[in-house]
Design a protein around this ligand. Structure first.
Ligand SMILES: C[S@@+](CC[C@H](N)C(=O)[O-])C[C@H]1O[C@@H](n2cnc3c(N)ncnc32)[C@H](O)[C@@H]1O
Length: 219
């Protein structure tokens, strides 16, 4: 599967000694805040899909916090699939399925994974192009069950503006590696979601200038 490698500063994950697990400091830092929002929007039970699961640090925390939900991790990078599996193997959680190799920006995956009650995507939209983001949003909308929820977390422009010096520099660094990528505007994401039958349910300011957008599919 071909995929675009994120720039090194946007996806730092290091090997852990004596294990196949990778460790991303940012995933460790943002997991509690992400988990809290997901807990507040998830149904009591159902199927949840995580796109771009990264190292696997998030999925084990989410599965432990929401044991009645069956979690499906996915990733485009085979090395990260190995890491996700290592995190799963270390837990006793029976509510995590084996990770699937999935390019979230490629058309067609939604039909294989439908119906999902919850879809979570953290820290990817700024690393892909607008047309890739359009495909990802359309596929996620199709994969959701009626009334299902979609959660996006990460850095975004607000009303077209980068909101801090750190965001200006991070966005510039990302676009220096891949000019067609970079921060997406919150209004643009909301409009794309709306065109795919998703209604904005919540906008939540998150730590470190990040944003969570929660959408619901029309029943
Ligand atoms: C910045 S990391 C975020 C990982 C994790 N979601 C988190 O928040 O810690 C971006 C991840 O997206 C994955 N990725 C990049 N392009 C992708 C694609 N087209 N489909 C699925 N995953 C992708 C990368 O392999 C990487 O693990």
């Amino acid at each position: 599967m071909t995929f675009r490698n994120p720039p090194p500063n946007a996806s730092i994950a290091t090997k852990t000694e004596g294990s196949k697990k990778l460790f991303a400091p940012s995933a460790e830092r943002n997991a509690p805040a992400i988990c809290n929002v997901l807990k507040s929007i998830a149904l009591r039970q159902g199927n949840a899909l995580e796109l771009a699961s990264g190292t696997g640090q998030h999925i084990v925390i989410l599965a432990k916090a929401m044991p009645n939900i069956q979690w499906q991790p996915t990733e485009v990078d085979p090395d990260r699939i190995t890491s996700i599996q290592a995190y799963i193997d270390e837990t006793n959680c029976s509510n995590i399925s084996n990770p699937l190799l999935l390019n979230a920006t490629q058309s067609g995956w939604s039909t294989k994974l439908y119906p999902m009650d919850l879809i979570s995507l953290s820290n990817l939209l700024h690393l892909i192009s607008m047309s890739e983001a359009e495909t990802l949003i359309a596929e996620a909308a199709t994969a959701l069950s009626k009334g299902g929820r979609l959660f996006f977390y990460g850095p975004f422009k607000r009303s077209g503006e980068l909101i801090s010096q750190g965001d200006i520099e991070f966005d510039k660094g990302i676009r220096a590696s891949a000019p067609d990528t970079g921060y997406k505007n919150d209004h643009w994401v909301i409009s794309q979601a709306s065109q795919n039958g998703l209604v904005l349910a919540k906008t939540i300011e998150m730590p470190a200038n990040n944003l969570a957008l929660v959408f619901q599919k029309e029943p």
